[in-house]
Design a binder for this molecule. Sequence first.
Ligand code: PLP
Length: 437
Amino acid sequence: MTSERRDVLHSWCVQAEWDAPTVTGGTGAFFHDENGRRYLDMSSLAECTTLGHQHPAVVRAIRDQAEKLCFVTAAWGAEPRARLAEQLLEKSGFTGGRVFFTLGGADANEHAVKFARQARRKPRGWVVGRDRSYHGASYATMAFSRDARTQHLIDAAEWRAAHVPSPYAYRCPFGSASEEECAERAARSVGEAIDARGADEVAAVLMEPNAGTNGIVPPDRYWTLLREETRRRGVLLIADEVMSAFGRCGEWFAWQRHGEAGRPDIMTLAKGLTGAHVPLGAVVLSRKVAAHLEGEMLPTGLTYCGHPLACAAGVAALRAYEDEGLIERSRILGARMLAMLREVQERVPAIGDVRGGHGLFAVVELVKDRTTREPVAAWPQVHPALRAFVERGREAGVSFAVQGNLVILAPPLVIGEADLTDALGLMERLLMELSWS
Ligand SMILES: Cc1ncc(COP(=O)(O)O)c(C=O)c1O
């Protein structure tokens, strides 16, 4: 008999403690395990099954492409690759730009930095990121991130990576009195970090425009202020949209909420790009950045970059978001979810803050005491009661994701409204039952 527990090395956990059911199938917002138990997916697994499980049109596109052509290297053209690039440029309004395809989010971010450095002719240019950010688990992206789980593994300065405090309004690192002030001071700190090194020494700023696993949702004005700080200094802005794109935050790409004033120079994608049906990431370059790369050899490439099966899945996924009106649906249901969560917050003393809700992405932050805002466990530790919350959720047929003292709510955009309401009801019940001292 095979044994996943014995033979597989699992990510982000202590091996001896790994204990999860084996998933054998799914449909829509539900998946099921080998014992036939069904789970409502309240986090799109790793915030990636945005279209729901086994979306029929995406599965069909993969099957059709497999019958035609499974593989060709980037040295040759591939029809679905060209089509997907064209559509991404169109949806993002990056007219005249170019798209580089990767295998996932981390390598998209690594390549975005590589391209930014090449475009600015600064092969060792600094990259400014944020505290508590997550851009991937490869060595370079561990350095660009500042994730408490991995930051001891690298010396960020050796990778020419610097970090500034986060626009975390609920616990503003600048001690601000309002969201507005927190946004202003956090954006200004990016400008100061660039000036401290000299704008000529900095290649790019790499930031998540909205959702991230850190659960920090920047105040509304932050992104456009950040854009001004970088533009004024001629530093490229890379938007890490790996989690926040494809309707997760109510737009195709989260920065679009801010209109042209929020347009980055480079954007990275993965997860929802294929709805996680097949691994695929992308780096989308503006016309200006692409023009800087036009006459030079591009010193990079991975064997599976722009794999036809993955690109065919991407083309079908984009069509599904469009045809099913899922971006707008996410915006509407996200606002409803936020309103419901605010009501739940009134009844559950352990909920200190509720944020997000621009689309079907919201964060519930748990505290021991609402007045002092003391978290139920010091970041990034997970309180035993929160682990019990996940277990009891599973027993009741709902899969919740937690991170530190946060519950991350990010269901597939196809979730039924009644299912969403039921899951929030279950969450409330469980949070009330458990002890947070
Ligand atoms: C914002 C963000 N960037 C990058 C990544 C890394 O993506 P991947 O796991 O596909 O390498 C993630 C993954 O969770 C993410 O949330």
